[in-house]
Design a protein around this ligand. Structure first.
Ligand SMILES: Cc1ncc(COP(=O)(O)O)c(C=O)c1O
Length: 444
């Protein structure tokens, strides 16, 4: 298990916070306050007019939340970040600041089910259309572009099959179409992957998962790389480049330059829709972040053991993990993920679909939970749970079958995790041997 040493370890503990005030608290203080007393009337007036920075009301900003935002921007290499109540809110706000009714998104066909629900149901109700393309096929993304396209969206490591993509190739397609590439980096974290360095423009997170890391608190974040030049296509982005009454007749671009995109996300979408992160949950995520690199290294080391075991098991038809040499993503994994491709992945049982439920119920250490990125190891059945609202065609395009099982490998002893899987798989292997079924085709 190697712990990366590239500044992350220091930034995850210190970035965005310097002890100050009479007591100089060493841990980030929890400012559990809904609002803030203005020093005087003139300051209040200027802050409300967005002409003077400062905290007015926790819906749009809070000192504890602000430390988290600065820390995430530092870890990701972005210019600024916006924290949200959930990852779902982060994805929604990141996209709403780019796309409105009558416009269009090109998205990966291998996304978390909640994101698919957002795109195909709620956004469809708003008149925002989405086309889905295989993330491994940059040509399909180019073919899906329309004059109304305003964003590309993918996951650095797809949920639940851990699929990867050639991000620089997707970024090139996005940029030649004049739109930003938004990457959900939830399953990779900045420890394993830095989308902004590979051409992405915006990174989104469910901080509920590995960033917080302990399964206690929901949170999300939008990190802006600050490089996408919205001013080059002013007609495409009137929300940033045209004067608005809301901003005193100014354009957001003239006020904030490359910070305009996040200024819009905060001052309009966080303000108007209200999916704001509570200070308490921000403090929980900050505490989790302090050990992020150490935890991720152990998650990855444990996953290596579990993948090795599953890939050689006769009751397993296929293991979907990019670390396997036969994975279609092995080359991208070797090039772009030197520290591993994460600890959330899936495998298919070589069994009748009716055996899936009993297999899951035999697991003892793996908890049946609709979450990932916890210290505890978790199991889910995507077809019945996280991806149950997808059509059969959407599930097929995502590679999710009836016997596909998703695991999130925790921080327990790897030997105990393997033993738990072994006892739960044993009856299936025995059945296969008794029925004389041929050994599973193991994808290694
Ligand atoms: C990749 C990914 N993005 C976004 C989300 C949504 O995050 P949250 O549950 O914090 O709203 C999830 C949730 O599982 C996820 O796995």
């Amino acid at each position: 298990m190697s712990i990366p040493d590239d500044g992350i370890a220091t930034a995850q503990i210190h970035a965005g916070y310097e002890p100050q005030g009479p007591h100089r608290p060493v841990a980030v203080p929890l400012y559990q306050s809904a609002a803030y007393e203005f020093p005087d009337y003139e300051s209040a007036r200027r802050m409300f007019a967005l002409k003077e920075p400062g905290f007015t009301y926790t819906r749009t900003g809070n000192p504890t939340v602000a430390v988290l935002e600065q820390r995430l921007a530092a870890l990701e290499g972005g210019v600024a970040a916006l924290a949200t109540a959930t990852g779902q809110a982060a994805v929604a706000v990141a996209l709403l600041a780019l796309v409105s009714g009558g416009q269009h998104i090109v998205a990966s066909s291998k996304l978390y089910g909640g994101t698919v629900d957002l795109l195909t149901d709620t956004f469809a109700d708003f008149g925002i259309e989405a086309s889905f393309a295989d993330p491994a096929d940059a040509g399909a993304w180019a073919a899906a572009v329309r004059p109304q396209t305003r964003a590309f969206l993918t996951e650095s490591i797809g949920n639940p099959l851990a699929g990867l993509q050639d991000l620089p190739a997707l970024a090139a397609v996005a940029h030649s179409a004049g739109v930003p590439l938004v990457v959900d980096n939830t399953l990779a974290t900045p420890v394993l992957y830095r989308p902004l360095e590979l051409g992405a423009d915006v990174v989104v997170y469910s901080a509920t998962k590995f960033l917080g890391g302990h399964g206690t608190s929901l949170a999300g974040a939008v990190v802006d790389g600050g490089r996408f030049d919205f001013a080059s296509y002013p007609d495409k982005w009137p929300q940033l480049t045209r004067p608005k009454r809301r901003y005193g007749g100014d354009t957001l671009w003239s006020r904030h330059g490359h910070g305009a995109y996040l200024a819009l996300a905060r001052s309009k979408y966080l303000h108007d829709l209200g999916p704001s992160l509570s200070p308490y949950n921000a403090a929980q995520i900050l505490q989790g972040l302090e050990t992020l690199d150490i935890r991720v290294a152990r998650h990855v080391a444990n996953t290596r053991e579990v993948v090795r075991f599953l890939a050689g098991h006769p009751a397993v038809a296929q293991v979907h993990h990019p670390s396997l040499p036969s994975s279609p993503d092995a080359a991208v994994a070797a090039r772009d993920f030197p520290r591993g491709t994460g600890s959330v992945f899936s495998f298919d049982l070589a069994a009748d679909p009716a055996e899936t439920g009993p297999f899951i119920d035999r697991l003892r250490l793996f908890k049946l939970v609709a979450n990932v990125g916890d210290t505890r190891s978790l199991v889910a059945h995507p077809a019945a749970m996280t991806h149950c609202r997808l059509t059969p065609q959407q599930r097929a395009a995502a590679g999710i079958g009836e016997t596909t099982i998703r695991l999130s490998i925790g921080l327990e002893s790897a030997a105990d995790l393997v033993a738990d899987l072994a006892q739960a798989l044993a009856p299936l292997a025995t059945e296969r041997q008794a029925s004389g079924a041929p050994a599973a085709v193991v994808n290694v």
